[in-house]
Design a protein around this ligand. Structure first.
Ligand code: IVH
Length: 680
């Protein structure tokens, strides 16, 4: 009998699942992680341990039961030829030893007969599957949730190190699935971030997020960025010639077909040599052109791999021996508060400069008040900063011992009650973690809004840099966005570091930027929640601004990918007479775009099941795919697991845990007849 779970364990499991889901989303979907891999791994392990101790607490949709996150919207998804697995981690030599013992035991080997392991650097990038049909690249998928990935073939074709046709003189199997990692080499990563900062775009946190983000570019696809990605193959899951006996031979075959593999892969005959390999890799880590975060050890003999098999999310025959996170300690000299474009007050720690993982850190974001409270960070504290594969290092914890020893007990840090720039009273809405300055005339917001308007994805105004924006606002030349388009060369030429030539150039680029698209115009307005994707959806649906202004929030919310929160934000923005006046003034000053035909809404947006989410479970009278297709044709969505967001669970015969979960959550359960009624 499994032990009864105490209530605090249940609570902790709930809390950990919530945290892991959130960090999964930040990492996989939004490409902006807030915690390091090491912190993530620690949370993940804590949950795994609790679930192992109290199996009744394990939910079917627990973050431990899946790989990665569901695919982002905007791409078609496809099933992988076989699931894309993840790897178990070993954090130290003892855990690697335990892995070696485990496989030895499972394969009934004597203690002295070590099983050779293939060692490969663990590349820190984005996993992809490449499918070749008759030797030609047919499809490329991101890992997605491990079962289905996003179809990013077009973007992958631009990656120079991905062969479009397999090389070699031997006959190539009809169907081949090659898996590997797409990485962005460090030099290219640095160049990319420099150019993003120049263009006032948020830099990527690390090369892995940059690689994942690049693969998922939909609009404005930057070919140069794709070309600088690198693909390195690590396995072949379909189309393995029978003569292949080992992992190392498999890597050689892949090289023969034209792939790069993980550099420096080799066989380690026993545990001591595996540990030595790992240590020497760690010592060379900072010299490598790509980021690696550990060593992957795989049982070299393929027949033994097959014998060992797979458990839930990872194979028994492989393990990732992770590098320890790089840490250093330093002192927080001050905490500054920055005001962003939407008025968000972000606390930024000014650190005594310290080197960690090859970069010098002197500031780091503390994110928000909750994060500060959680870590109890105060000015003057000695803190541990960590860079675990991340280029933006984070404060991991305060050295409370050091605080206790010093006589001065610093006061807890609180975000100011008033905006540090305009002195308006700051607000934090119920349920939000962000504290904001609500004053839309706040100079800090205006400056950031101007930078946003000029950014590449918005109006792309050349020559409107950071310092110039500061001057324009501080000298009172620009008090709202539209003022920009009234500037003349003479006024501009009078500014610091502006000659006549650059003034004339700026006027010209403003004129050029005025002839834009509705999508870019919408982005430029800086409406909350309206980024590139949403702006494009709105522009496609309405074709022009006026029909959009006339539309209700409900009709905007019906657009697939928009939803009620965004729709309300758009409605709120245009309901404010000052924003409307701004839009009118911008149009008067020459902002214009081609009008397009509005897109006719599809069934997904108007069908009887529009906006409804279904989960199918149990045995139904026809294949599930059949029901799925009919639900989708009527505008509904079918997902795999039951959550609060599920509208209906369709339960066939012998429905089990999903139906139970639906009951627990109060989700409506239908039988087939009930579904037919909805469909008709
Ligand atoms: S083998 C079933 N080999 O690390 C085996 N993975 O944390 C699955 N990775 O999902 C992976 N370098 O995206 C393997 N040399 C390597 C790798 C590697 C990086 C990634 C891969 C995997 C993840 C697991």
């Amino acid at each position: 009998m499994a032990p009864e779970a105490p209530p605090d364990a249940a609570r902790r499991v709930e809390q950990l699942s919530g945290l892991l889901d959130r960090h999964n989303r930040l990492y996989y979907l939004e490409d902006r992680p807030e915690i390091s891999d090491a912190e993530y791994d620690a949370l993940f392990r804590e949950l795994q341990d609790l679930e192992a101790r109290f199996p009744t607490l394990q939910r079917a949709d627990s973050p431990t039961q899946r790989v990665g996150a569901p695919p982002a919207e905007g791409f078609e998804t496809h099933p992988h030829l076989s699931p894309m697995l993840s790897l178990d981690n070993a954090m130290d030599a003892d855990e690697l030893g335990a892995f070696a013992e485990r496989i030895q035991r499972m394969l009934d080997r004597e203690e002295s007969a070590a099983i050779p392991l293939a060692a490969e650097p663990k590349l820190d990038g984005a996993g992809v599957e490449l499918i070749y049909e008759k030797g030609v690249l047919a499809r490329g998928l991101t890992r997605g949730d491990g079962q289905r990935g996003e179809e990013v073939t077009a973007n992958l074709r631009a990656v120079l190190t991905i062969p479009l046709r397999l090389a070699g003189s031997e006959t190539i199997p009809d169907l081949v699935s090659v898996r590997g990692e797409v990485v962005l080499p460090l030099a290219a990563f640095r160049r990319l971030n420099e150019s993003r900062v120049e263009r006032d775009l948020e830099p990527f946190a690390n090369p892995r997020n940059a690689a994942a983000g690049s693969l998922r570019m939909i609009h404005d696809v930057d070919q140069q960025r794709l070309r600088s990605l690198e693909f390195r193959a690590y396995t072949l899951t379909e189309g393995r010639p029978a003569r292949l006996k080992t992992q190392i031979a498999l890597l050689e075959l892949l090289e023969g077909w034209g792939f790069l593999v993980s550099p420096g892969s080799q066989v380690c005959p026993d545990l001591p040599s595996a540990i030595a390999y790992h240590e020497s890799l760690l010592a060379r880590r900072s010299e490598l052109p790509v980021e690696i975060d550990g060593t992957v050890f795989k049982v070299d003999e393929l027949a033994l791999q097959a014998q060992l098999g797979t458990v839930s999310r990872s194979p028994r025959w492989a393990i990732a021996f992770k590098f320890p996170p790089e840490q250093a300690t330093t002192v927080i000299e001050a905490i500054e508060v920055q005001v962003g474009r939407t008025g968000a007050l972000t606390p930024v720690a000014k650190l005594q400069p310290v080197r960690v993982g090859g970069v010098t850190v002197s500031n780091t974001s503390l994110h928000n008040q909750d994060e500060i409270d959680r870590k109890d960070v105060r000015v003057g504290d000695r803190v541990v900063v960590q860079r675990a594969g991340d280029v933006i290092p984070q404060v991991v914890r305060v050295e409370l011992e050091a605080r206790a020893k010093s006589k001065l007990e610093p006061a807890p840090f609180r975000l100011p009650e008033r905006c540090p720039v305009c002195d308006a009273e700051a607000v934090r809405l119920e349920g939000e973690v962000v504290t904001r300055c609500p004053n839309i005339d706040c100079p800090a917001q205006l400056k950031n809004n101007l930078r946003h308007l000029a950014s590449r994805r918005a109006l792309d105004v050349d020559g409107l840099g950071e310092k110039l924006v500061d001057q324009l606002v501080e000298q009172g030349l620009v008090g709202r966005l539209s003022d920009l388009f009234e500037l003349d060369a003479e006024t501009l030429a009078g500014l610091e570091r502006m000659g006549e030539k650059s003034a004339a150039n700026l006027v010209e680029s403003l004129e050029r930027a005025s002839h834009t698209t509705l999508t870019r115009f919408l982005i430029a307005l800086g409406i909350r929640h309206v980024g590139e994707t949403v702006a494009l959806l709105l522009a496609e649906r309405f074709g022009d601004l006026d029909p959009m202004l006339a539309a209700s929030a409900e009709s905007m919310a019906e657009i697939d990918g928009v939803g009620p929160v965004i729709a309300e934000s758009v409605e709120r923005f245009f309901a404010d007479p000052r924003n409307l006046a701004e839009v009118e003034r911008l149009r008067k000053l020459g902002l214009r775009w081609e009008k397009r035909e509005p897109k006719v809404p599809s069934a997904a947006e108007t069908g009887p099941l529009c906006g409804k989410t279904f989960v199918l479970t149990g045995t139904l009278s026809a294949p599930r795919d059949e029901f799925k297709r009919r639900i989708e044709e009527a505008g509904g969505k079918v997902t795999g697991s039951v959550s609060k967001k599920t509208d209906y669970v369709v339960a066939g015969e012998a429905a089990g845990s999903k139906a139970r979960k639906a009951e627990e959550l109060g989700v409506e359960i239908l039988d087939e007849a009930g579904l037919e009624a909805l469909l008709s």
